[in-house]
Design a protein around this ligand. Sequence first.
Ligand SMILES: Nc1ncnc2c1ncn2[C@@H]1O[C@H](COP(=O)(O)OP(=O)(O)OP(=O)(O)O)[C@@H](O)[C@H]1O
Ligand SMILES: O=C(O)c1ccc[n+]([C@@H]2O[C@H](COP(=O)([O-])O)[C@@H](O)[C@H]2O)c1
Length: 215
Amino acid sequence: MKKAIGLLGGTFDPVHIGHLRPAIQILEQLELAEVRLLPNYIPPHRASPDSAPAHRLAMVQLATAQTPGLTVDDRELKRDRPSYTVETLMELRRELPDTPLCFLMGMDSLCSLNRWHRWQELLEHAHLVVSHRPGWQPQFNPTISALYLAHGTRDSEQLQRRLSGCIYLFDNPELDISSTQIRNHIRVGNNPQYLLPEPVADYIREQGLYQSPVL
Ligand SMILES: Nc1ncnc2c1ncn2[C@@H]1O[C@H](COP(=O)(O)OP(=O)(O)OP(=O)(O)O)[C@@H](O)[C@H]1O
Ligand SMILES: O=C(O)c1ccc[n+]([C@@H]2O[C@H](COP(=O)([O-])O)[C@@H](O)[C@H]2O)c1
């Protein structure tokens, strides 16, 4: 069996330290071969992103360029329709039949997983590795509780031994950072320094992103 890889899907509008620190910690502590950041094209369950796919991709590329082990996978941007994770995982599973796949997400995402497209199939293709996030306790609705009871593990070695099927809650320090918070800072003229990588902050300034009021 090959070494597991991590997949962090997101809207990344913009990418920030709350995405990147857990990704690096998971990469190192779970001994993953890499963590791929996958910007989505049309996020399935939220309003349209403020910035265009090309900008969100550019920011993810700038954020990861200097970080060994973090890479970018732009496959969802090449599909001109909602980015359903199950479809992405099925495609990756076909390409990487012997590689354990760990789909990374924050606790907020796990809490609403039962609203995802064909969510029952996700664990057939990948493990879920979940980061803690302020404001989101692992207090699950009955459907997610049952899912966690059946698939939850505290043994991180299972993530390398099996190709898919485990839910692992990663013990990361919580970071109170969101893309919404950063967009709001920029809109009112506050300095977003230390919430996101400098090259991403420079790019936002150069391109004039997140300046206009929310409609
Ligand atoms: N501070 C954080 N700590 C842990 N996980 C996070 C954090 N911020 C985002 N994530 C996770 O990263 C993934 C992608 O998140 P996304 O790009 O939507 O960022 P966001 O900050 O939640 O954006 P927005 O504020 O626009 O909703 C999701 O699974 C989300 O749960
Ligand atoms: O497949 C789905 O139905 C689905 C529903 C909500 C979110 N996702 C994925 O979860 C990741 C985080 O989403 P978001 O909206 O928090 O940026 C991103 O890769 C989305 O495409 C996927």
